[in-house]
Design a protein around this ligand. Structure first.
Ligand SMILES: [Cu+2]
Length: 324
């Protein structure tokens, strides 16, 4: 019913506009004047409007930057994250300088060179110096930026993982489960066909690497130690997103993906900086279904002693699932 009303309003609006144009046409016939002709007065009005809209737009951008700044993420809490932040800062600085330089000029020129009776455009065909300048300068700046970006990406995606703690992050509609690889640092084999009863991850209990694996619903990490997350999905594509560590990776059914990083700040440190209710979270960043919004898991970064104490208090799979 509401949709029908909307459609009716839209239809009537169009009809009204068509009638207005028709009235205009009739008027021009009666007064013997071309109402479509652009006059100096029109240009003057449009020029000033351009100044007002341009100025308003830039003011709005500045207002957004000031008002919504606190919604931005705090500085990265991982080694590669700091490099990504630096890259982001350089890119954004360049973009903002160009924006605040060019946008006011664009609107000002629209006003300054507005049409006026008797004024003709200056015919400017070619200038080699200008052509070279606006080709070479952006080429140099953008090439440098791309090389810098590729090197940062390469370092983030290919870190040394030789002594990283291996943890599986398992996604399904609509929650996360993690599996530590235990004292051998090797995850036991798994298969979706083995998902049954309490074996929600489909771990192969006959694989000897499974025995010391630890399944948890909250991930603890020791600070300043490399961790390798291996992602699996049971049903649809999910996306594991750890915003504070600048980590994001798709979890794809039938495929194993991974991401390694090193946390640099403990949860306690972050609480001191960001407020008592701060927690590291793993979120799903793919709209994967109706309860997608609620798909999250807590991550806790702590000192090595605290971590060791916690992990040794957790039950291994040998103790939770029956091993034959
Ligand atoms: Cu999801």
């Amino acid at each position: 019913m509401t949709n029908l009303l909307f459609a009716l309003v839209a239809l009537l609006t169009i009809a009204a506009l068509v009638q207005l144009v028709r009235v205009n046409e009739l008027l021009s016939e009666i007064t013997n004047r071309d109402t479509n002709a652009v006059t100096d007065d029109d240009n003057q009005k449009n020029g000033i409007l351009s100044l007002i809209i341009g100025g308003g737009f830039i003011a709005f951008v500045i207002w957004q930057m000031v008002t919504w700044d606190h919604f931005l993420l705090p500085p990265a809490s991982s080694v590669h994250g700091e490099e990504i932040d630096a890259l982001m800062k350089v890119s954004m600085t360049l973009i903002l300088i160009m924006f605040f330089l060019l946008t006011p000029l664009l609107f000002y020129f629209a006003y300054k060179y507005r049409g006026r009776e008797g004024r003709t455009a200056y015919f400017f065909a070619h200038n080699n110096k200008l052509e070279v300048a606006w080709t070479v300068i952006p080429t140099i700046v953008l090439t440098a930026l791309i090389i810098y970006g590729l090197r940062t990406w390469d370092r983030a995606m290919n870190p040394d993982i030789s002594d990283a703690t291996v943890i599986e992050v398992y996604s399904k509609q609509f929650d996360w489960t993690a599996r530590y690889s235990g004292s051998d640092n090797i995850l036991g084999a798994s298969d979706y066909k083995l998902v049954e009863g309490r074996n929600t991850l489909g771990v192969d209990v006959l694989d000897e690497n499974s025995a010391d694996d630890i399944v948890v619903r909250e991930v603890h990490l020791p600070v300043n130690k490399s961790v390798l997350l291996k992602f699996r999905s049971r049903d649809v594509i999910h996306s594991a997103f750890l915003p504070h560590f600048r980590v994001q990776m798709n979890c794809v059914p039938g495929l194993s993906t991974q991401f390694a990083f090193t946390p640099t700040k403990t949860t306690t440190q972050m609480k001191e900086e960001e407020g008592d209710d701060f927690e590291y979270v793993l979120l799903c960043n793919k709209i994967c279904g109706s309860a997608h919004f609620n798909m999250q898991m807590k991550f806790i970064v702590e000192s090595e002693e605290e971590y060791n104490k916690w992990i040794s208090s957790q039950k291994t799979l040998k103790n939770t699932l029956t091993l034959k």
